[in-house]
Design a protein around this ligand. Structure first.
Ligand code: AMP
Length: 197
């Protein structure tokens, strides 16, 4: 059994948040979403939240040093010892280096990267739907366009690095939640990463 030290990557609106939660539940590991951590802090008005609100609303990336610190603190907690699922981190090449440094020190490399793909038109439709349902401040046209552009320019190269390491599973993100989830579990199981339940 390979330890589930996982990362899920996909453009905004690919369903990675929802699938990430389901994967985490199936493997009994914490889902670590940097976007969720930032949103919770903004909502509660913490010093971190006040620091990052304008950046997030504009669709820009929070500085690497700050984001890295949050992830390291979270991964160092006891419940992440038997595995974890990262959602939304690392998002650029600098963050890959920061995460590698942390995981190498612990001799705990990532064991699989789930790449969730959906066509651009489909992700835009899904974000628009979420915007009307959840009212996220960063789900406005300008911010959405910026986030998709950042995904293509900064986050897509992250996948190239992991592809070279042979740990990426490309998953078609079009279909029902159950269908996409099933594809992910099949791919991870083939790597010896077997669900706990
Ligand atoms: P998400 O929910 O993953 O789409 O993240 C929402 C927003 O949080 C992003 O548009 C960024 O402003 C910020 N954010 C989340 N993860 C990161 C990260 N790894 N690096 C920098 N900013 C991030």
């Amino acid at each position: 059994m390979t330890t589930p030290r996982l990362l899920i990557i996909g453009p905004q609106g690919s369903g990675k948040g929802t699938q990430g939660e389901r994967i985490a539940k199936a493997y009994g590991i914490p889902a670590v979403s940097t976007g969720d951590v930032f949103r919770a802090n903004v909502k509660e008005g913490t010093p971190l939240g006040l620091q990052v609100k304008a950046i997030i609303d504009a669709g820009d990336l929070v500085p690497d040093a700050l984001t890295g610190e949050i992830v390291r603190d979270r991964l160092a907690q006891d419940d992440a010892a038997a595995g974890f699922l990262l959602d939304g981190y690392p998002r650029n090449i600098g963050q890959v280096g920061d995460l590698d440094a942390f995981l190498d020190e612990r001799d705990e490399p990532l064991t699989a990267v789930v790449e969730l793909s959906v066509p651009r038109e489909e992700s835009i439709t899904r974000i628009a739907k979420r915007a009307s349902e959840q009212g996220r401040a960063d789900d406005n046209d300008e911010s959405i366009a910026k986030r998709l552009a950042i995904y293509e320019s900064e986050t897509a190269p992250v996948l190239d690095v992991y592809r070279e390491r042979g740990i990426v599973d490309a998953i078609d993100g079009v279909g029902t939640l159950d269908e996409v989830f099933e594809r992910i579990i099949v791919a991870l199981t083939a790597r010896g990463i077997v669900p706990a339940t």
